[in-house]
Ligand binder design. Sequence first.
Ligand SMILES: [Zn+2]
Length: 332
Amino acid sequence: MLIVKKISKNLIFPILTRLGLEKILSQTSKNRNLILCFHGVSHLTSNINKRHMDVGQFEDLLIYLKKNFDIVSVKDMFTPSKSKKRRIAISFDDGYLNNYTVAFPLLKKYQLPATFYIVTESFEIADYCLWPEIFDALKIGDQMSHIVFNREEFHFEQGHFLHAKTRTSISDYVKNMGAERQEAFEQFIHTYGIKQRLKKIDPELRAFCSEEQIREMSQSPLVEIGSHTHRHYNLSRINPGLVEEELTKSKRILEHIIGKPVVSIGYPDGDYSETVKNISEKAGYRYQLAVSFLSSKDHSDPRIRSRYSISNSTDTNTNKIMINRQFRKSGF
Ligand SMILES: [Zn+2]
């Protein structure tokens, strides 16, 4: 299987894209729209996570997208297309500093619209980090063979921390947690000296945008700012009262910063529920973004759209093929 993958990536995919044959994959799909989800874009290579796309690859991809698709805003994806070409919208989750320093100048260069979904707790805490980075920080220095998180033991095996008894990966374990994870993380950050470890990573790969940077981006006609909640909880795992607080607080903070209504929400980890959708709508979000839909009924729900999370661990040709292919799977 690995050999087939290697041959595809190094031989077949480059030939296909050179001939433009990858476009058949989108052209034969009945779906005409696709929303892409990026995270970071960086000049630096990270060996601790895959959340940042190489800047050269990102620029190549923008050129390709502009040439082959109509690039529209996320908002436009909620109204029917009048365009002859298939449409793509670009979105970024989390609000990494490199969205401002690296991605934004390139979006301006090619005049492409994008929506940035921001975690507002990042404005309140110095050296803020999201939970995946907390575990990534453990890769700095000597590899630990086991850790204790939320009073449970996890063992390091084949590149991952697995629960000692259930063998669930630590990321799946966290995604299933509710609000109790806040305290568990505070304890963990303290016990394992996470902040000191993270300081060894270049800020381009870990820091978040400041309020001023968000404000500046929001003033561009190309940019829309959306909420990615306040604390990046998996919203289906917390109680409705807290969901409402997460949605209204982040909206209020962002509106105060940019001086415009914030009406778009990108769900952390793409996680939501029927209740979450209803609370979002009530809170004033007109555009809701998942990753994969919960149920096929969501295809006909005008409040929500699916997205495709783009890979940062592959090459541009493979991404071009994947994007065209995803019209069928994640498009609408
Ligand atoms: Zn996120």
